[in-house]
Ligand binder design. Structure first.
Ligand code: BYC
Length: 330
C-alpha cells in the first residue's frame, strides 16, 4: 500500500516506520480489509478526516435538495412531479443517514448543522449553480447523480463500517435518480420538439464543467487524497473517477444527440480513454470560497428552514424530557 502511493501524483503520506505502534496495527487492519467500527481504536486524524468528509457529504445531500425543489411546482406532468418529489425526499434521507454515520464518530448533529449554517463547513460546489429550465432537472439526474454514483460506489467498500453501509442504500437510490434524469432527457431530445432539444443542449453547456468539478481538485493539488487512500476511505483518486465519468458520459451524450461543450474532447486510442480540456479551477475555488452564482441563496434557504423548524425541535425535546421524567417515576 505504501509503495503504491509513493509514485502517485497525490501528496506523500508517512512511511510505515514513521507510524506509532497502534497506528501500524490500525493500518494493518485497514490493509487486511477489516472494517473499522465506532468503538474500535482509530487515529485522531482518521476520525477527523471522516467527520470532515461525511459531514460535507451530508450537507451536500441536504443543500442538493434546493436546486431541484425549485422545479417541483412547475414539473410538466403529474408523473414527472411524483418522480421528482420522490427523488428529493431520497436526498433528505441520504443526508440523515450520513449525519447519523458522522455522529458515530463523536460529533453532534447540532455542531454539524451549525457549521453548515455559519458557512464554516463545505458542501459540494455543484449545488451553487441555478436550475434555469426543466432540462436542468434532467441534467442533474444524468450528470450530477451519475457523478455521485461513480464517486460513491467505491465508498460502499471504504474502511469505516457505518459510512460504507450507509452508502449501499444511497447508491441504489442514486441509480434510480440517474435513470430518471436520463429518461427525462431521452424524452426531450429524441421524442421532443427542436426547442426542447435546444433547451437540453443549453443545460448541458452549463452543467458539464461543474459536474467534472464535483470530483475535487486534480490529484496533484488534492490535500487529503494520499492519506485518505492509505486509510482506504478513498479507493480511487479524484482524477481517476473524473476520467471514468467522462468515458461513461460521452457516448450517452451522443445517444441524446447532444454535443459535449469541450473542443478538446477526443478519444485517445492509445490510452483507451477520452482526452478532455482543462477545467477552470479558478471557478471551482471561487465557488468553494462562497462566490458561486447561488452560494448566498442556498445558505439563506437552509438558515430559514432551520429557523422555521425550531418549534419542531423544541416539541421533540419537550416530549423526550417528559418521557424521561415518566420513566424515572416508574
Ligand atoms: N465541492 O483534498 P481533496 C450528491 C474540497 S451529493 C466542495 O481532494 P477530499 C447529490 C475538499 O473538501 C455529492 N468542496 O478532498 C445530492 C477539501 O477541502 P477541506 C457529494 C470540494 O475530501 C443531492 C479540498 O477541496 N458527494 O451527489 O479528499 C442531489 C481539497 O480536496 C469539492 C460527496 O460528498 C467539491 N466538489 O476529496 C443530487 C462524496 N471537491 O475539507 C446529488 C464524498 C473537493 O480539506 N466525498 N473539495 O477543507 C468525497 O468523495 C471527497 O470528499 C471528494 C473530495 C472527492 C469530494
Amino acid at each position: 500500500m505504501y509503495a503504491q502511493l509513493v509514485d502517485t501524483g497525490v501528496k506523500r503520506v508517512r512511511s510505515a516506520e514513521e507510524l506509532s505502534g497502534p497506528e501500524q496495527a490500525f493500518q494493518q487492519r485497514v490493509d487486511d480489509g477489516v472494517r473499522i467500527e465506532p468503538k474500535d481504536w482509530m487515529p485522531q486524524a482518521y476520525r477527523k478526516t471522516l467527520v470532515r468528509q461525511i459531514s460535507q457529504h451530508a450537507h451536500s445531500e441536504i443543500v442538493g435538495m434546493l436546486p431541484e425543489g425549485n422545479w417541483l411546482t412547475r414539473a410538466p406532468t403529474l408523473k414527472r412531479k411524483a418522480i421528482l418529489q420522490a427523488k428529493i425526499q431520497d436526498e433528505a434521507g441520504h443526508g440523515l443517514y450520513l449525519y447519523s454515520a458522522a455522529e458515530t464518530l463523536g460529533v453532534s448533529r447540532e455542531e454539524m448543522v451549525d457549521d453548515l449554517l455559519s458557512g464554516k463547513a463545505k458542501y459540494s460546489t455543484i449545488f451553487n449553480y441555478p436550475t434555469l429550465t426543466w432540462a436542468d432537472i434532467g441534467m442533474i439526474g444524468w450528470l450530477v447523480d451519475g457523478s455521485a454514483i461513480i464517486n460513491q460506489i467505491p465508498l460502499c467498500r471504504c474502511s469505516y463500517g457505518p459510512y460504507a453501509r450507509a452508502m449501499v442504500r444511497v447508491c441504489k437510490e442514486e441509480s434510480f435518480h440517474q435513470r430518471q434524469g436520463y429518461d427525462l432527457l431521452i424524452q426531450m431530445c429524441r421524442h421532443g420538439t427542436p426547442e426542447q432539444k435546444a433547451m437540453c443542449q443549453d443545460a448541458l453547456n452549463r452543467w458539464w464543467w461543474p459536474s467534472l468539478m464535483m470530483f475535487g481538485p486534480p490529484d496533484a493539488a488534492s490535500t487529503n487524497s494520499a492519506q485518505s487512500m492509505q486509510w482506504r476511505i478513498k479507493l480511487f483518486s479524484n482524477d481517476e473517477l473524473r476520467q471514468k465519468m467522462v468515458d461513461q458520459s460521452v457516448p450517452q451524450a451522443e445517444y441524446l444527440g447532444l454535443t459535449v461543450p469541450d473542443p478538446d474532447l477526443k478519444w485517445n486510442e492509445a490510452r483507451g480513454h477520452y482526452d478532455f480540456g482543462e477545467i477552470d479551477w479558478d471557478e471551482f475555488h471561487a465557488v468553494i470560497k462562497g462566490n458561486g452564482p447561488c452560494n448566498r441563496e442556498r445558505l439563506q434557504a437552509r438558515r430559514d428552514a432551520h429557523e422555521a423548524g425550531a418549534w419542531v425541535r423544541e416539541a421533540f425535546s419537550a416530549h423526550a424530557a417528559k418521557q424521561a421524567a415518566r420513566r424515572k417515576v416508574a
